[in-house]
Design a protein around this ligand. Structure first.
Ligand code: ATP
Ligand code: LTN
Length: 334
């Protein structure tokens, strides 16, 4: 608890352009939860360097992502929006938690196995201990709840295990966090292969809708989406392409799958795909306008970066001091 509110922590990596999957699966839920909790939303740039990055590009993307958090509707006066690398407590706590994490646990992480296979020339120790840094992010702020997409559940599980192990030795130091998975948009699939999740690192640009895509591009991508030859708009497992488009349509319009199936009964795929494209473009357009406006206001964004890094740093230091004391590091002499 911070004040009378429970604490929420989440973050996104500044790698690649954000997709509609990132927005519907994560960012949109963040906005809807932001009144209820004391929120920390981090741009996790320290996680990004587990794969090679171009420095100028990383800096640019990190700033765009932070701006996008605000453009999506997170009020930076009420939510602590900051860069992970500006708060040294993340790295300090991660080191301590490394000493409470077993290699056997890390060996089981599916994201590590996937990324190691994709970056076989750079399987570094950071990629391996990535989940420990993520645990440090969450535990540093004593978060009660962590909104993520389904693919991050395994990392939440290891965070809970590390926290419980630590608490068992030193008493109630860490709050045990719960994951929060939104009901709609939890897993948006690729438009070119509905068996795969929509991902910002997909090589095929037609597979993902990017948050920066203009209306014509969005409609073109929806029209090209892989479907089937059933020629009926139904919400069922056997039609994964259409099902995914229905999920997208519902997440963008607030309608239910049943209402959508009724609305498009007897109509063709072409017409439905156009409606999906228009619904997506209607959601993205205000976000893009706000992003453009905010990007021009350098002083405003700089102020937020500075103030929020201080606020996050203050909260992080409180937990870190407590942990350092518990494990027996010497007290500072003032
Ligand atoms: P990458 O392809 O680089 O691994 P990604 O697109 O999977 O990236 P992340 O940065 O790993 O994105 O995820 C940011 C957040 O967005 C996470 O909470 C994740 O669960 C969520 N997310 C990512 N892709 C989807 C998707 N297709 N549907 C729903 N949520 C998603
Ligand atoms: N691993 C996450 C990003 C992330 C995160 C976190 C999410 C890093 N630290 C803490 C929630 C809480 C990802 O790739 N989506």
């Amino acid at each position: 608890m911070l004040g009378d509110k429970k604490v929420l922590f989440s973050g996104m990596q500044a790698t690649g352009s954000l997709t509609l999957g990132n927005y519907l699966g994560a960012l949109k839920n963040w906005v809807s939860l932001s009144d209820e909790y004391e929120c920390f939303y981090s741009v996790v740039d320290m996680h990004s360097i587990t794969v090679r990055q171009d420095p100028a590009e990383l800096r640019k993307r990190a700033r765009s992502l932070l701006t996008l958090y605000i453009a999506a509707g997170l009020d930076p006066e009420k939510n602590c929006i900051y860069y992970q690398s500006h708060v040294s407590g993340h790295a300090e706590l991660a080191w301590i938690l490394n000493c409470f994490t077993y290699m056997g646990e890390l060996n089981r992480m599916t994201q590590f196995k996937d990324k190691a296979a994709r970056h076989a020339d750079n399987i570094n120790a950071g990629l391996y201990t990535y989940p420990v840094l993520m645990a440090a992010d969450i535990l540093l702020y004593q978060a009660d709840v962590v909104p993520v997409g389904k693919d991050q559940l395994q990392h939440l599980e290891i965070t809970r295990d590390i926290a419980q192990r630590f608490n068992a030795v030193y008493g109630d130091v860490f709050t045990i966090p719960e994951p929060y998975i939104g009901s709609v948009g939890a897993k948006i699939m690729s438009l070119q292969n509905p068996a795969k999740k929509m991902s910002k690192s997909d090589e095929n640009p037609n597979a993902s809708i990017y948050l920066t895509d203009d209306k014509d591009t969005v409609i073109r991508k929806c029209k090209r989406a892989v479907t089937d030859s059933e020629a009926v708009i139904a919400y069922r497992q056997e039609q994964p392409g259409i099902r995914n488009l229905i999920d997208i349509y519902c997440a963008c319009t607030g309608r239910t799958p049943e209402e959508t199936v009724k609305e498009f009964a007897g109509r063709g795929y072409g017409e439905f795909k156009l409606a999906v494209g228009e619904a997506v473009a209607d959601v993205l357009q205000p976000l893009q306008t706000r992003f453009e406006e905010l990007s021009k206001d350098k002083a405003y964004i700089d102020g937020i970066i500075k103030r929020n890094a201080e606020k996050a740093g203050y909260c992080a230091a409180k937990t870190l001091r407590k942990v350092q004391k518990k494990i027996g590091f010497p007290e500072r002499v003032r």
